[in-house]
Design a protein around this ligand. Structure first.
Ligand code: AHG
Length: 338
């Protein structure tokens, strides 16, 4: 036997043997998503040479944000790659107002795929890491799988979730509910190879990630929590904290999976109805599933993220996730101020 890392394909086949609930259709779906991510990685890496930088000129997407060319390209790659496999009932994308059915010419399965095709897209033009986030659900019997209602399941119902980070290396991070595993793209052979298995997030941390420029819009609980972090070893927390903010959730979460930390995008009084910036179905839930599977915690500041009952496909939610003890501390600050 060689010591060469195993491929994603071999890993998934072994997971299928070990976990009977992880069926062939789920394995196929993850393989297809991984293949689409490789195609997106190629487009991202072309940069200015590929003419892929800048705005798409399509106006704002359903989130009210300007679409980048790579947002549109990545969305199209994911839709096309997943159209014909026969395992999906429908897709929902952060870039599209409504779920997209599988074309009539292809067979349909009962899996639902949600994705943010290119998260952190404001970082594209400045050559900072960005990523694709995805989540897999199963359509419930009796619910039209192409309706938004089919997708409105709490995060605890996710069968699988992952992200692919397009950084100095291209890495796919995956959970199917049995730990978190990372696969690095070997560009010479075109395969994802298992490079970290059973990733665990340290329970404690001295590092937080938040956009401090929004501080004046936060609610009092959040103000108090961050003030105590900034007070360092002389304050109630009794230790100094470092801060990092990449403004690309995939990159910030990847750092937390590597060395711990807490990531926060809190409620913000500029847009009270939106309850923050990040999307429950495309960002918060898949990342919460990954973080919990790595031994961390994820909350809305008040409740476990994976237990939130979604009310709309593009719903936004405050996000606190990462090292378990720090997320519990931040959540306690909020509950005690209510
Ligand atoms: P977008 O894909 O529209 O650039 O949004 C990125 C998300 C997330 O990845 C990141 O953590 C956050 O927005 C950054 O928001 P700010 O620009 O408000 O800091």
């Amino acid at each position: 036997m060689s010591n060469k890392p195993i491929t994603l394909t071999q890993f998934l086949i072994e997971q299928q043997r070990a976990h009977p609930e992880f069926g062939a259709e789920q394995r196929l779906l993850i393989e297809v998503v991984a293949r689409a991510c490789k195609m997106i990685a190629i487009q991202v890496s072309k940069g200015a040479l590929g003419g892929v930088l800048g705005d798409a000129g399509t106006g704002d997407n359903v989130q009210g944000e300007a679409q980048k060319k790579l947002d549109v390209i990545s969305n199209e790659i994911l839709l096309q790659a997943n159209a014909w496999g026969g395992h999906l009932a429908a897709c929902a994308s952060e870039e599209m107002a409504d779920p997209q059915p599988i074309p009539d010419v292809y067979p349909r399965g009962d899996l639902l795929l949600l994705f943010d095709p290119l998260d952190g897209s404001s970082n594209i033009d400045v050559n900072v890491s960005i990523g694709t986030i995805f989540s897999v659900l199963r359509a419930k019997p009796g619910v039209d799988p192409v309706s938004a209602e089919a997708f409105l399941q709490p995060g605890s119902e996710q069968l699988a979730a992952g992200y692919c980070i397009y950084g100095p290396s291209c890495t796919l991070v995956l959970t199917i509910g049995h730990g978190v595993h990372a696969f690095t793209l070997d560009r010479e052979i075109g395969s994802f190879l298992l490079t970290r298995s059973d990733i665990t997030i340290p329970e404690d941390t001295r590092e937080f990630a938040v956009n401090m420029s929004n501080q004046r819009f936060w609610e009092p609980a959040m103000q108090h929590y961050v003030a105590d972090l900034l007070a360092g070893r002389d304050g109630p927390r009794g230790k100094d904290f470092n801060m990092r903010w990449i403004a690309s959730m995939v990159s910030d979460v990847h750092r937390i999976l590597t060395r711990g930390g807490i990531f926060i995008y809190p409620w913000d009084r500029r847009e009270p109805d939106k309850a923050g910036k990040l999307r429950l179905m495309y960002e918060a839930n898949p990342m919460a599933f990954i973080v919990e599977q790595a031994g961390g915690a994820a909350t809305t500041g008040r409740a476990r993220m994976l237990e939130v009952t979604p009310t709309s496909l593009h719903q936004r939610v405050p996000v606190f996730l990462g090292s378990r003890n720090e997320v519990e501390t931040a959540t306690r600050y909020h509950l005690e101020h209510d």
